[in-house]
Ligand binder design. Sequence first.
Ligand SMILES: Cc1cc2nc3c(=O)[nH]c(=O)nc-3n(C[C@H](O)[C@H](O)[C@H](O)COP(=O)(O)O)c2cc1C
Ligand code: SF4
Length: 478
Amino acid sequence: MKAPKTQARTSGTSILFEMLGERPHLHDIDDYIAAGGYEQLRRALGMETAELIDEVKASGIRGRGGAGFPSGLKMSFIPVDSEQPKYLVCNADESEPGTAKDREIMERQPHLLIEGCLIAAAAIRSQDAFIYIRGEYLEPYEILVEAARQAQERGFIGPDVAGSGRAINLIIHRGAGAYICGEETGLLSSLNGDRGQPTVKPPFPAISGLYQAPTLVNNVETLASLPRILEMGGEAFGQVGPNPRSTGTRVFTVSGCVQKPGNFEVELGAPMSHLVNELAGGVPEGRTLKAVIPGGSSMPVILPDQLDTPLDYDRFAALGTSLGSGAVVVLDDSVSMPQLALRVAEFYRHESCGKCTPCREGTSWAVDILTRICSGNGRPGDTELLEDVCERIDGNCLCPLGEAMAWPTKSYIRHFREEFHDLIRTGRVSADERTLDAITTHVVDERLMRGSQVQFTGRLDRGSLPRMGARPAAGGPS
Ligand SMILES: Cc1cc2nc3c(=O)[nH]c(=O)nc-3n(C[C@H](O)[C@H](O)[C@H](O)COP(=O)(O)O)c2cc1C
Ligand code: SF4
């Protein structure tokens, strides 16, 4: 198996990548077990549901997928005593432009994620755990499949998990390359075999999710944190970070105009400037910082004078933005904001599932107006028209994808209105016409789009060979 391409650098306390030590990865189950792996699963299997959930609640961990919902609370919504089957679904779709942290977790510590999934499944009394992985992530998928095969061989997956008498199966399912299948209800529709489109909430997945049964959906980083939380103790994890509402470390992907892009595991509470300037090396020589996208392309930007804001969920919410998926995209003075807005709008137009009008039509309108502006044919009033389109999307869509275009666009106009006006007036892009590859580089390779599902179960156990290509993945329309 190939070594991972990226290696997260850590600053201060390391929790998620600590087991690695100096090793590039922990692919081999023997190495993982020697480092203490699967011990917390054994413990979890002997614990009551309430005890396990209390431990997660004590840690204060909030979901790392974007919305930042308290993970222990979400777990407690699953009606464990109901007679219906319960499902655990790991969201490994990771499609938010600028985000590549889950990939590194899967590429370097696949067993940590598998153990986290099994712990969560044990907590909610689920016999079936799913990992829904982004179709383009071929290498992480292969690494996970091999790790799951090893775990099944050692009895951590299957009819009698670690000799506990409890059955937990693991199904690894590849998506077909649709961003909207990262949204939890879109993901569940896809996993159900339907078109990958969001559904109305309520009902929330915890009550009616996969196959209309109670389902816990969590991000890769959230689930990979569970073995570490059990090992440290929830309370100890909760003491890392600035306050009980922002605990632990997070893995941030820093890209854009920085000298040393990459993934960084950072203790929450550290200032954003530490991440951008010290760890990622700041903007290139001779450039000045213009703005920072703090949590993926769907988030409003912050300005240079806000760079010392601590990495804290509430502090970023107070700035009208969010740490979102942990994707920090740095913009320097070479970046044209109207061009950036166009790239972002094109992405969301392409990925809109088309189910609701404000998103489907609004993202197209935004692309049309921005194309006009950026090609030197902007009309007076186009900036305000664009703002109006964004206003009409905001709050009027079935899922947050429409807003994912509207929110950042509104923030670019709010902070850089003159740049839009100048471009309309002169027809000339003021900056270096440099666009941000980090925002919208797509590598589309048909080979990667073939859907398949691999199941690791007691029932389907065929020696060491996983069942490949059980059925095609149902992806979205994009
Ligand atoms: C358009 C859209 C795309 C999303 N993409 C992802 C994704 O790729 N990965 C992810 O974990 N969460 C994604 N989310 C958030 C999920 O809906 C969900 O909140 C998350 O998986 C829950 O896990 P957590 O509580 O551990 O964060 C997305 C949300 C939206 C609205
Ligand atoms: S907001 Fe966009 S992506 Fe979400 S359901 Fe509506 S059309 Fe589909």
